[in-house]
Design a protein around this ligand. Structure first.
Ligand SMILES: Nc1nc2c(ncn2[C@@H]2O[C@H](COP(=O)(O)OP(=O)(O)OP(=O)(O)O)[C@@H](O)[C@H]2O)c(=O)[nH]1
Length: 229
């Protein structure tokens, strides 16, 4: 096992988090507690653990060419792709001042969201719509998508992912109104378990004017309605 001074890198990072009193649940971002070179060492450690998992599943990774590199691929996929939102810092978001005092509703979507449920680690794939009534700050529209990708590429439950995205947006742009709707299919419900193929979950967070004012909320809902029906 890949160890430094007799310690696993995951133990070293966990100690830093515990010392700081920081949460490290599946959908928390821990980038602040990583130092240079940690991610490479963590990926190596995860690879070794996945290799042991394959061994416990009684898969002959030496003779089976299809699984020979699987532990490496899974470790890389978790740390650099599907769970990168736990380990990477928040994407850089450029803000612009709202010089013309825009105060009407605008919407962005559908933004594709990809995640994995924290219960089974199988995919959750769906779409997200965001509504904003700006105050003093604006951000470029691609940044809604970048922020959503960052929040969703962690083991998640959809309800918490929706709130996390709303919290990040609120911190960034302090809007007068914020609406986030996510509609996603959970493969833990289709690939396995109850095997419901056509069932989706919809979560919604309404804040500010969208929460207080029914007409504003209805305007958002009508704007995001797919014109194709
Ligand atoms: N609330 C919520 N539940 C989720 C989400 N993703 C997956 N789940 C559900 O979490 C539940 C976990 O239930 P458990 O009873 O612990 O697991 P299980 O025995 O595998 O359950 P089954 O899926 O019913 O076979 C399942 O009902 C999943 O469908 C999510 O984003 N939000």
């Amino acid at each position: 096992m890949n160890k430094s001074a007799g310690k696993l890198i995951s133990d070293i990072i966990r100690e830093r988090l515990q010392k700081a009193g920081a949460d490290f649940c599946a959908n928390d971002n821990i980038a602040e507690y990583l130092q240079e070179g940690d991610l490479e060492r963590l990926q190596q450690e995860v690879e070794e653990r996945v290799q042991a998992l394959l061994g416990s599943l009684v898969i002959d990774t030496e003779r089976d060419p299809n699984t020979r590199e699987t532990a490496h691929r899974i470790a890389k996929m978790y740390l650099q792709e599907v769970f990168a939102g736990r380990y990477a810092p928040r994407p850089k978001i450029t803000e612009f001042p709202n010089t013309k005092n825009l105060d009407q509703v605008y919407t962005v979507g559908p933004v594709t969201v990809r995640s994995a449920c924290s219960h089974h680690f199988v995919p959750v794939i769906g779409q997200c719509w965001i509504g904003v009534i700006p105050s003093g700050h604006l951000i470029g529209i691609s940044k809604f998508s970048r922020l959503a990708q960052w929040v969703f590429s962690r083991p998640q439950i959809q309800e918490e992912a929706t709130v996390q995205l709303a919290d990040e947006l609120e911190r960034l742009i302090h809007p007068h109104g914020l609406a986030v709707i996510v509609r996603a299919r959970h493969e833990c419900m289709s690939w396995r378990g109850v095997k419901e193929n056509d069932c989706a979950m919809t979560t919604s967070v309404m804040r500010g004017y969208f929460l207080k004012n029914t007409a504003t909320r209805m305007e958002f809902l009508s704007l995001i309605r797919d014109p194709r029906g």
